[in-house]
Design a protein around this ligand. Structure first.
Ligand code: GDP
Ligand code: MG
Length: 230
């Protein structure tokens, strides 16, 4: 799990016993925990949402064949930003390792990944949103369900950074306060030479919003793993 999310999802602090370690395993390591990268389902759009980090009971097989009722945390990460800044490309680069040059507009896609979190297991649900102003209700819904947010702009477009301001304000308005909400501001397409936004400008906005900042390139696979995973 990436550092900027870890403080929030730290199962040992906020979500105690979310997937109890199986007894008998050294250090409480959960042998049934899939490693990061194991996808449960891709493009499972429209599945059961909840408004706070949820724990669901599941029957899990113990190594000795017995089953136990275990809990799995569900953590919802939402990507927001103007159309064509590279939100889908970042997600696809992370989940499938691919990149496409053509632009295919997104309505809403959801990806799920099982991640190890300390000695527990969490389901990371990544929601890739449309970025279009055509669907304001969908955006509100995504924000109200989300636990953490990646706000993406393109370093080739100052406008795309400016477009994030009302989105950030909407997060503040819907969530009440963003103090306990992990937000990452991302300047994508940093491989491009025709920049309109310098790194220090992104950093300044992140400072103002009291959030983290990084530059990425879905095309060159730069900082993508760091964004979602490390
Ligand atoms: P979205 O609307 O924000 O989901 O944007 P997409 O992921 O669909 O990408 C829009 C366009 O930008 C596509 O043509 C991508 O090939 C291109 N693109 C995405 N990420 C990068 C990047 O890191 N570098 C460059 N040069 N182009 C990118
Ligand atoms: Mg998209």
């Amino acid at each position: 799990m990436c550092v900027w999310l870890k403080g929030f999802t730290g199962c040992s602090t906020q979500w105690p016993n979310c997937f109890p370690p199986l007894p008998g395993l050294p250090g409480g390591t959960n042998a049934s925990a899939p490693s990061v990268g194991a996808f449960l389902a891709v493009r499972s759009a429209g599945q059961e949402p909840s408004s706070s980090p949820a724990m669901t009971s599941r029957g899990a097989a113990r190594p000795n064949g017995q089953s136990q009722a275990s809990k799995i945390c569900q953590f919802k990460l939402v990507l927001l930003g103007e159309s064509a800044v590279g939100k889908s490309s970042l997600v696809l680069r992370f989940v499938k390792g691919t990149f496409r040059d053509t632009y295919i507009p997104t309505i809403e896609d959801t990806y799920r990944q099982v991640i190890s979190c300390d000695k527990s297991v969490c389901t990371l649900q990544i929601t890739d949103t449309t970025g279009s102003h055509q669907f304001p209700a969908m955006q509100r819904l995504s924000i109200s369900k989300g636990h953490a947010f990646i706000l993406v702009f393109s370093v080739t477009s100052k406008q795309s950074l400016e477009e994030l301001r009302p989105i950030y304000q909407q997060i503040v308005q819907i969530k009440g306060s963003v103090e306990s909400i992990p937000i990452m501001l991302v300047g994508n397409k940093c491989d491009e030479t025709q920049r309109e936004v310098e790194s220090r400008e992104g950093e300044a906005v992140a400072k103002e919003w009291k959030c983290a900042f990084m530059e990425t390139s879905a095309k060159m696979n730069y900082n993508v793993k760091e964004l979602f995973q490390e």
